[in-house]
Each structure stands twice: as structure tokens, then as C-alpha cells.
Write a protein that binds this ligand. Structure first.
Ligand code: ADP
Ligand code: GLC
Length: 485
């Protein structure tokens, strides 16, 4: 199986969130299963400065953008031993500090940057064909399936190739004003509600959903949620129309990256059989955050993009009450300034109880997974969520809202049967969040019960192999089906 895996971010090359982890780990898992996978991503500044070896391929692509021709230079690198990657270099678009924007907001020319990325990818795919599957991720790649089909004569070499589109988050749709329509190079008939038009704007994600051979999203629950008006972000009708080609495949965990037995970022490694190391990790975390070094107090961790999706408003609603409980709270996050400001004020008010770090810090994210006792994810919606699965592996018990992938992966603790691997709440509110945290810290003082819960959590297996096999089966199905959808 020859797969070209196209994504705006892929770990370890460039990352802002779970998308990068998911795509990087899926690609490695597919390689382990015997597929030939090649990655495609923009050559951002962070790539040019940090990735090595970076080699020239001698391939250059000329891409038409609104009547101009823009050149992209194709570089090549390798992730590990067996995973090659093409990096599309166009410095006027990608040689910037952020992937999609800066703290003030998204880059104003994101439409142009990612239209270019899609067209350059298609040109590259054509020139390096044959491919069995073009697997595209999120709105930044959505034009790949669209243009491949609509302008088939330009891309004859990849007409037999199947295009799979994975939506990691339906809330990000690549919505742009009609004024940038010329960038796409599509005929006006495609700016209609049947195709890419969406309430007067261009909606790239909608194009990807309509023109791919099939669509997946990252958990079964989310795949059913997005068919409803409540969670369909305006696209539920489009999704229902394509229902028979929609699949929910849960993300996995890359246990080479997220494993307390081998993690180089944590103070002391540990495993289910011997948890002493976790105590050192907790102490270290308390020290990093300047909190009192208390072994017996439950330490709650949060690592999150600071955006509406993540439930920070209900955390804020509950925070006063949380502070009356016997717990400590450490937070790591980056994102909207509104939330940064809310969180930044907390340590001043509760210096003994709360620590906040604003910024993106991968090593600290690992230290929180290892050092905390409880991991809090009160998301309003969550297509999959990775941190709750990482937490399980670190014996850090998740407290989550029952939505999307959080609902699929976390089973609420039942004190009667001692079953479950975390704590779950349903209503989206401060009081329901508080109630779940209270249940967790109440159990925490019952040491034998808590240890059993930890052991069960650490034994959960969310490795990628099963999900990668599901993707492989889907690729196979599309190939066998043949013809256009
Ligand atoms: P999402 O992709 O919606 O942000 P996920 O739970 O799927 O949510 O993935 C989040 C990933 O990003 C995890 O690997 C998490 O550790 C990481 N992450 C999020 N915020 C930060 C941060 N401020 N610093 C370091 N890592 C972060
Ligand atoms: C998105 C979603 C998150 C998911 C990740 C990887 O960022 O918000 O829930 O885990 O993609 O698929």
C-alpha cells in the first residue's frame, strides 16, 4: 500500500496540537504494518531550523495562484529510519514563527498559504505517482481531493488514487470570504451551496468532505455527534448526505513517546509494578510550579490549547469552589489571550494551590502527565482527545466530560463494582465539573482503591496498531470499490 499522507502538522516535525501526534503516529504504525507511507507538510521556519538531515530533491513545482505562478521547492527528510517526508518550501508563505498565526490571531493570508500547499501537493503527487491513497487531514488539505476531481485532466496520473479525508476537528473549517475565490482557480459553479459556498463564504472543509472518496473522523462518538445540528457546526446536513462514506476511527497513542517507563523528560521513570518514580515526578512538578511539596495532596493537571472547545469557561466557573477543596492545580496552556489572562490571575489569588504556565512546552507536558494524580479535561466537545489516553498510561486518572473521544475512551468509575478507568460528567457546567473532581479526590484518600484504579488505567491499551489496521482496511475497501463515489 503506497500512501501519501498530507497534513499541515506532523510530529515530530512541527506541532501545535493533537493533529500532529495523530498523523505522525498513524504513519509510523502503518509503516510497521508494511505500508509505504510518505509524509507531505509545509517547510515552516521551525522545520528549516530544526529538522535534519534536510535534502534537496531537485523537484520544483510551479503553482498557479490567482493568475500568478508561485514556485515551491521540494525538500526531503526522514522521520526515524523508515518514514520519508516531502517538505514544500515557499518562504514567503511558510518562513514564519507560527504555523497558522501569531498570538494576535491567524495570519491574514492563510487561504493563500494553504491553497498553495494543496496545489503544490497535487503537483508533487502527480510527479511522484503512482500512489494507492492520498490521505489528507483537516481543512488545510481539503482542496487536494476537490481539485484532483474537478480538474482531473491536470492530474491524470492520480485519478486512480483514492482520496481519504480525515476531519480532526469540525470546528475548524477554513472559512474565507468570497473575495479570495480567485486563489482556488475553481469555476464559479462551485461557489454554490451544493459545493464550497457556505453562508456567503468559501468553506474549504466542506469541499474536502464532498469530494473525497470517503471521510473519517477520530472517534466513533464524534462521528455520530457531527451528524446532529448541535455538533455539526453547520455542516451536519452535508455530513448526513455522505453518511455511508463516514467512518469513526479512534486515534491511538504512540507509546514510544508517551510511556513512563522510557520517558526521557520526566524526573524518574516508573511502571505499574513499581510506582516510586511517580512520587519523585510529583515532587518535581510541585517544585517547578512553586507549590508546597506535599505528597498526600491530590495534584490535578491540565495541559490544553486555550480555546473555547476545551471547557476553560466551566473550569473558571468552578475554580473558586475547587480552591476550597484539598487539592493543587497545575496548568500548562497556550492560545486565546482571554483565557491566558483568566488563568494568569489564579496563582496570585491562590499561591499555595495553583500554578500556571503559559506557552507551548512539550517536556513540561510530559512532566505533568507523570507528576499529576488527576488529569482534567472538561471539554465542551472533543473529537478524540489524546491527553486522557496518555494520562491512563502514566497512572494519572482522567476526569473528563462525556463527549466525543473522551466518552469513548473513559469509563466512569463505579464504586460498587470498582470498574472504570476515570471520572466522567455530562452536563456542561461548573457544578458538574466540580462534582466529578470531588468524586475523584474522595477516592484518592482511599489508597488501596486508588492504587487499583491506577493499575487498571495503566493496563489500558490504546496503541495505534488496531486503529492503523482499521485505516488499512478502509484504504483496501476504497481500492476494491474502484470508480468515483
Ligand atoms: P487538541 O489537538 O485539540 O489540542 P489533543 O488532546 O488531541 O487535543 O492533543 C493535544 C496535544 O497537544 C497533546 O499532545 C498535548 O500534550 C499537546 N499540548 C497541548 N497544549 C500544549 C502546551 N501548551 N504545551 C505542550 N504541549 C501541549
Ligand atoms: C484535534 C481534536 C482532538 C484530536 C486531535 C487529533 O485537534 O481537537 O480531539 O485528538 O485533533 O485527532
Amino acid at each position: 500500500m503506497k500512501v501519501l499522507m498530507v497534513s499541515p502538522e506532523i510530529a515530530p516535525l512541527a506541532k501545535t496540537g493533537g493533529l500532529a501526534d495523530a498523523v505522525g503516529a498513524l504513519a509510523r504504525a502503518l509503516v510497521d504494518l508494511g505500508s509505504e507511507v510518505t509524509l507531505v507538510m509545509p517547510a515552516y521556519r521551525t522545520v528549516l531550523e530544526n529538522v535534519s538531515p534536510l535534502q534537496e530533491t531537485g523537484i520544483e513545482v510551479e503553482v498557479p495562484i490567482a493568475g500568478r505562478s508561485v514556485r515551491g521547492v521540494i525538500l526531503r527528510t526522514r522521520v526515524g529510519e523508515r518514514l520519508p517526508a516531502f517538505l514544500i518550501r515557499a518562504d514567503s508563505y511558510f518562513l514564519r514563527d507560527g504555523l497558522y498565526g501569531n498570538p494576535q490571531g491567524d495570519y491574514a493570508d492563510n487561504a493563500e498559504r494553504f491553497v498553495f500547499f494543496c496545489k503544490a501537493t497535487l503537483e508533487l503527487a502527480r510527479r511522484t505517482a503512482p500512489w494507492d491513497v492520498l490521505h489528507c487531514h483537516d481543512w488545510q488539505t481539503a482542496l487536494v481531493p476537490v481539485l484532483r476531481k474537478v480538474h482531473g485532466q491536470l492530474y491524470s496520473e492520480i485519478q486512480e488514487t483514492k482520496a481519504l479525508f480525515t476531519v480532526h476537528n469540525l470546528a475548524h473549517q477554513g472559512n474565507f470570504p468570497f473575495s479570495v475565490w480567485d486563489l482556488l482557480g475553481l469555476e464559479m459553479q462551485y461557489f454554490t451551496p451544493r459545493y464550497l459556498e457556505f453562508y456567503g463564504n468559501i468553506n474549504l472543509l466542506k469541499g474536502g468532505i464532498l469530494f473525497a472518496d470517503a471521510m473519517t473522523t477520530v472517534s466513533k462518538k464524534y462521528a455520530s455527534e457531527i451528524r446532529t445540528p448541535e455538533w455539526g457546526c453547520g455542516l451536519d446536513g452535508v455530513i448526513r448526505d455522505r453518511e455511508k462514506d463516514l467512518y469513526g476511527i479512534l486515534n491511538g497513542v504512540d507509546y514510544q513517546e508517551w510511556n513512563p517507563e522510557t520517558d526521557p523528560d520526566i524526573k524518574k521513570k516508573y511502571q505499574a509494578k513499581n510506582l516510586i518514580g511517580k512520587k519523585f515526578c510529583k515532587k518535581d512538578l510541585q517544585e517547578i510550579y512553586g507549590l508546597p511539596d506535599k505528597a498526600s495532596i491530590p495534584l490535578v493537571g491540565v495541559v490544553s490549547r486555550l480555546v473555547d472547545q476545551k471547557g476553560l469557561d466551566i473550569l473558571n466557573e468552578a475554580v473558586e469552589d475547587l480552591m476550597h477543596l484539598d487539592l493543587q492545580l497545575v496548568i500548562l496552556g497556550a492560545g486565546d489571550q482571554r483565557y491566558q489572562a483568566l488563568l494568569d490571575g489564579l496563582p496570585g489569588r491562590y499561591p499555595e494551590k495553583v500554578g500556571v504556565r503559559i506557552g507551548f512546552d512539550n517536556a513540561l507536558a510530559h512532566k505533568i502527565e507523570a507528576g499529576a494524580d488527576i488529569f482534567l479535561m472538561p471539554s465542551k466537545f472533543e473529537p478524540c482527545g489524546l491527553n486522557q489516553m496518555y494520562s491512563l498510561k502514566y497512572g494519572t486518572i482522567p476526569v473528563v466530560r462525556a463527549t466525543g473521544g473522551l466518552d469513548d475512551t473513559i469509563e466512569d468509575y463505579n464504586p460498587l463494582s470498582a470498574s472504570g478507568n476515570g471520572f466522567k460528567f455530562s452536563g456542561y457546567s461548573g457544578p458538574t465539573l466540580l462534582e466529578a473532581v470531588k468524586r475523584a479526590i474522595t477516592l484518592y484518600v482511599n489508597k488501596p482503591a486508588w492504587r487499583r484504579l491506577m493499575a487498571g488505567a495503566m493496563a489500558c491499551d490504546f496503541s495505534w496498531e488496531k486503529s492503523a489496521n482499521e485505516y488499512l482496511a478502509l484504504y483496501q475497501k476504497l481500492i476494491e470499490r474502484g470508480g468515483p463515489h
